[in-house]
Design a protein around this ligand. Sequence first.
Ligand code: CO
Length: 471
Amino acid sequence: MPDYRLGFESLRHERHVPDLPVHGDLPDWLTGTLIRNGPAQFEVGDQAYNHWFDGHAMLHAFRMGGGTVEYRNRFLQSQSRQEALDAGEIVRSEFATDPCMSIFGRAMSVFNPQPTDNASINVARIDDAYVALTATPIPVVFDPATLETAGVVDYDDDVDAPMSTAHPLVEPGTGRTVTYLTEFGRQSKYHIAGIESGSRSREVLATLDVDRPRYMHSFGMTERYVILAEWPLVVDPLDLLLRGKPFIENFEWEPQLGTRFRILRKEDGEEVATCTAEAAFGFHHVNAFERGEEVVCDVVTYPDASIIDDLYLDRLRSDDPTPGTGHLRRYRLSLNGGPVSSTVQSEEQLELPRIHEEAARARPYRHVYGVGEETPGSFTDGLVKIDVETGGATTWREPGTYPGEPVFVPDPEGKSAEDGVVLSVVLDPSANQSFLLVLDAGSFNERARADVPHAIPFGFHGQFFEEESGR
Ligand code: CO
């Protein structure tokens, strides 16, 4: 029976289709390219990667304009992939996969670690470069027109840390890209860094000492502050060197530590408040903003970190799948360090949350878009739009299909923050193919779809890039 598990199978061929079949009515103003990232090859030789986060990155580009959709997909030619293809076996460590190494090989990798550049999580623009991103700070550059890999970003600075986030945020107003990095060592540290628009140099804005760093996938940012949500999933840095386990398996769940929020002022690097809430876990911050003497911080949360285990491929392909969604939780953090209050904002669960980036980032806002689980036991089989103030939700669902992250694209002539479309790549297992879905963001009704001639494995994140003149 074809079902959503097709989304966890490898896609090996690369295609260019100048004109996908389009049904419905694409808005005239929708001109630009949606570029999505995700894993597409889960085996090398007779070895297999363990986790959804481990497969070889593939880029998919949907170029829209004049009522047409051009499609192209191509593997990212990372060193990690190239070495694996050359050797016929897994060579570099990924999030939850460690290559089988001799004692000698392991000793060498400790002294000469080769962090993965298999950037399968997200895409972004840094300076004038289009880059694929993962949680190691090695942005892989690609040509947005051909999707050909073109090296890595060589930062012009001396920041040296092995872990970062695939979710940098662009500061409204300044265009500065803000990110964080984790440095493991005798004294581990978190660094907050800013990259000015047009620069390839990371300026350290704040540094915090931490004894046992915690696993974080993203962060929050308001006009003045950066918020790190330290879930109680902690690592002893020595274990990363000595235990010889895949990266994430060195982290321990210690709920008695609670969730620690660290609020850092970008202007001078001061930690202005530290607040502890009850234990929870989350991958994705949705948004954050300042309100009087508090910071409001919205995150998709889970009761604990078992969601990481649920996303191992054998589990995802089993008869007992995870819903893959969490709750939209609003944390109210006092800048005076008082107790944290937190509330679930909606009964509707979601993941891969997106907002109207230009209008809503770091400001009070109303709507978040995400994937949802409409039918229990069917993974993510719908799209949701949640009103974060009222908790009300609008959903889109077509039975037997499985949508990915919804990317909001504003109508340039739009009058309200909901005027625009939502773009999602939807898997249709019974047709053995995927389609690009275009929803009206206001009504959440379908406007158009474009058929892709193959099934696209479930991906993570993508971005819409407006057409540049001269291309
Ligand atoms: Co993510």
